[in-house]
Design a protein around this ligand. Structure first.
Ligand code: FES
Length: 123
């Protein structure tokens, strides 16, 4: 495992400088992630949609969910699970979820994306 993969990723973005529409995705040691302001905090979600790799980071918001701009699949910003597709569950919505990462404010006041939790397979 890359040494940087176990450390928080420093985005350089301060919460007070949050750009309208959110910042562009960051290349982190765990892939491309985008920050989303949600429910008084920030969360990092994969930049690309698990359906067909659409630009999820450019998606819109709907009641606490992230809506992919390509086919409209919706993902919860609480747990990452897919909540809705225009065509219904038979397309595989229930089998797909976003691996959300926690975001904290570092000592210098910028947002840091925390590494994914370690699983027994990744140790
Ligand atoms: S690529 Fe995102 S909904 Fe299809």
């Amino acid at each position: 495992m890359d040494t940087a993969a176990g450390l928080p990723f420093e985005t350089g973005v301060r919460p007070e400088d949050w750009p309208e529409g959110g910042p562009r995705p960051f290349q982190t040691p765990w892939g491309e992630y985008a920050l989303h302001a949600h429910d008084g905090r920030f969360v990092a979600a994969p930049a690309w949609c698990p359906h067909m790799h659409g630009p999820l980071w450019e998606g819109t918001r709907h009641e606490g969910e992230l809506v992919c701009p390509w086919h409209g699949w919706r993902y919860s910003l609480e747990g990452g699970h897919c909540t809705w597709t225009p065509a219904g569950e038979e397309e595989g919505c229930a089998d797909r979820a976003l691996a959300l990462l926690q975001v904290v404010t570092g000592p210098e006041g910028t947002l840091h994306i925390l590494p994914p939790p370690q699983t027994s397979e990744s140790r």
